[in-house]
Design a protein around this ligand. Sequence first.
Ligand SMILES: Nc1nc2c(ncn2[C@@H]2O[C@H](COP(=O)(O)OP(=O)(O)OP(=O)(O)O)[C@@H](O)[C@H]2O)c(=O)[nH]1
Ligand SMILES: [Mg+2]
Length: 199
Amino acid sequence: MPINLHNAEFLRSAAGKSGFIRDGLPKVVFAGRSNVGKSSTINAILNRNSLARVSESPGKTAHVNYFSIDGKAYLVDLPGYGFAKVSQKERERWGEMMEDYFADREAGPALCVLIVDSRHAPTADDRNMCDYFRQCGYPFIVAANKSDGLKKSAREDAVRTIRETLTLDERDPVILYSARKKENVEPLRAAVIAAWEGK
Ligand SMILES: Nc1nc2c(ncn2[C@@H]2O[C@H](COP(=O)(O)OP(=O)(O)OP(=O)(O)O)[C@@H](O)[C@H]2O)c(=O)[nH]1
Ligand SMILES: [Mg+2]
């Protein structure tokens, strides 16, 4: 039975380990800097306008947010990183939560989507996140958002910079898209569905 993307609902916001879902259903997680468009990407994939909250003030989503899709799979919105106006204490809390989350193989993801801003080179935090996925052995793809802010002629260079900065392998996919303009979201949606289906 195919997964019906229209049957999506916000399920739970976990503030820590005890809230993580370990039900054996496949999860695709979205990680990225705060304000890079994680929530917008979830909305775009699901063809919704505001299921995941889109914020103009970054650094507010300090929870692991679960969206249940057709009762068969999940999209997971991870708290963003790299927001300057966050206290050291909050930074540490973020780090602990990520370690708890990724160390927990039962709660852990079938696929990690690292969202970066295609208009800029990936940051040191982006590199760390990517290295962390590799270290944990989780499959990941890179999703380069906000392509609407790039001239057509700059697209190839942007992807090359992302590949080089994150030291990606040739086979690692990079999907350049715009969550806001809903451009080229289909390959991302296809990757999510393939991960849910274990392909
Ligand atoms: N130009 C452009 N802006 C976008 C795009 N996607 C998201 N944004 C904008 O980026 C801002 C942040 O989007 P969110 O989806 O809230 O980002 P987030 O990563 O979930 O942010 P936090 O939850 O705060 O970490 C909003 O103002 C969005 O409208 C895009 O494709 N292009
Ligand atoms: Mg968000």
